[in-house]
Ligand binder design. Structure first.
Ligand SMILES: Cc1ncc(COP(=O)(O)O)c(C=O)c1O
Length: 434
């Protein structure tokens, strides 16, 4: 089945008891055991079934199967937010003393997690100078536990050459983790290009309606943990915290996600509520259609802004002059996600008045909603970064990030047009002209 079909049907068959065609919401904390032995065998992972909703839940499991299939992965773990997914994805394979090598173009909070939070837990993060595979390769050493990138960076809009990055990671014996939030599996399936683990904020395009937080980690099932047992003993040696279970033996190719659930989800509990899993699945059913419209609307907005004398610059990988245009063609089939950045003539102050004048486009920090959204990263999502870190992440003080929604394109452009007009007096002051 293709992703569009999996998004609607994947992971669920009509409930045999009730004949319900829509995934039921199992709003329950626990599941009854047939007997003491049955309970013990569930805890020993000898039989399949549910024990407690901090570990797994039948509604959430449908979401996990669906997204895993959309990404071409083996199995998945859904969690409360995208940030929780990123945190678990890293700590599940990196212990104290390990390091992660990352591209610099990241969502701001992910940068904070990698640059400030993880190092205090003993996992250091090395940021490459750029998303170039050679720059990444130079930083990998015997203590590296993963390479990390966003397939399409937020907000830089850079597109990573996943095949090359996966090749340098694999040559060194480490897995590649890819945040595929902005692209979605509708535009790009990183596992097909060599990624080992894919992470999503489901809060964005996948859910698509700005109503529900969620995150997911997808395990490709392809990374050979046994071959790299010295680097990753947590998968191949007995785990005293789970009566000496050996994850590669208990879970086979799904050892990574099995450990993530059994250790991190079970003990630290960033659980996705079943009601949220249900709502996210409602969104996912239409993700293919929405993304198509997002892509087309963003192209029209990018062209409008590029051709407008009131703007200074527009960053959009769909333009042939973009340094990412070839990668956009190769990895996205030329369908560039609806995240674009631009600067308005008159710099920071003019940008602020443009922002304040928006009427239809919402001023907020989110992306991937059906609604068009705008944010000023330097003062919000990327505020914690230094000026140099912001520059490396693809942000300048005047950057405005747009997440173009699925409204009628003429209404979106009319709103941007009137907001650009509202900033005109500022642009024309002598100070602004200097
Ligand atoms: C690329 C990317 N990854 C992860 C996240 C974090 O997701 P959440 O807000 O669901 O925690 C975001 C949020 O904007 C994001 O843009």
């Amino acid at each position: 089945m293709r992703s569009e079909t999996i998004a609607i049907h994947g992971g669920y068959e009509t409930d045999p008891g009730t004949k319900a065609v829509t995934t039921p919401i199992y709003q329950t904390v626990a599941y009854e055991f047939d007997s003491a032995d049955h309970g013990a065998s569930l805890f020993n992972l000898e039989v399949e079934g549910f024990r407690y909703s901090r570990i797994s839940n039948p509604t959430t499991e449908v979401l996990e199967r669906r997204v895993a299939a959309m990404e071409g992965g083996l199995a998945a773990l859904a969690v409360s937010t995208g940030q929780a997914a990123l945190h678990y994805a890293v700590v599940n394979l990196a212990d104290h003393g390990g390091n992660i090598v990352s591209v610099p173009q990241l969502y701001g909070t992910t940068h904070t997690l990698l640059a400030h939070v993880l190092p205090r837990q003993g996992i250091t993060v090395r940021f490459a100078e750029s998303d170039d595979a050679d720059a990444i390769a130079r930083l990998i050493d015997e203590y590296t536990r993963a390479v990390f990138c966003e397939s399409v960076g937020n907000p830089a809009g850079n597109i990573c050459d996943i095949e090359k990055i996966a090749a340098v990671a694999h040559r060194a014996g480490v897995p590649l983790i890819v945040d595929n939030t902005v692209a979605t599996p509708i535009l790009l399936r990183p596992i097909e290009h060599g990624a080992d683990i894919v992470v999503h904020s489901l809060t964005k395009f996948m859910g698509g309606h700005g109503t529900t937080m969620g995150g997911i980690i997808v395990d490709s099932g392809k990374f050979p943990w046994r071959e790299h047992a010295r680097r990753f003993p947590m998968f191949t040696e007995p785990d005293p915290s789970y009566h000496d279970l050996v994850y590669v033996e208990a879970f086979g190719d799904a050892a990574y996600i099995g450990r993530c659930r059994s250790v991190y989800q079970r003990t630290t509990g960033s659980v996705l509520p079943p009601m949220s899993a249900f709502q996210l699945m409602q969104g996912i059913e239409t993700v293919a259609l929405r993304v198509e419209r997002h892509v087309e609307n963003a192209r029209r907005v990018a062209e409008f802004l590029r051709d407008d004398p009131r703007t200074e610059w527009v960053s959009y990988a769909g333009f042939p002059e973009s340094q990412y245009h070839d990668l956009a063609c190769r990895y996205l089939g030329g369908r560039v996600p609806s995240l674009l950045t631009f600067g308005i003539k008159g710099g920071f102050e003019a940008g602020k008045s443009f922002y304040d004048a928006l009427k239809l486009v919402k001023r907020l920090v989110n992306i991937g909603d059906a609604k068009s959204l705008a944010c000023h990263p330097a003062s919000t999502t990327h505020r914690q970064m230094t000026a140099e870190e912001q520059r490396m992440a693809g942000i300048s003080p005047d950057t405005i990030r747009l997440s173009i929604g699925i409204e009628h394109i003429d209404d979106i452009i009319e709103d941007l047009d009137q907001a650009l007009d509202a900033a005109r007096p500022l642009r024309e002051t002598p100070q602004a002209a200097e």
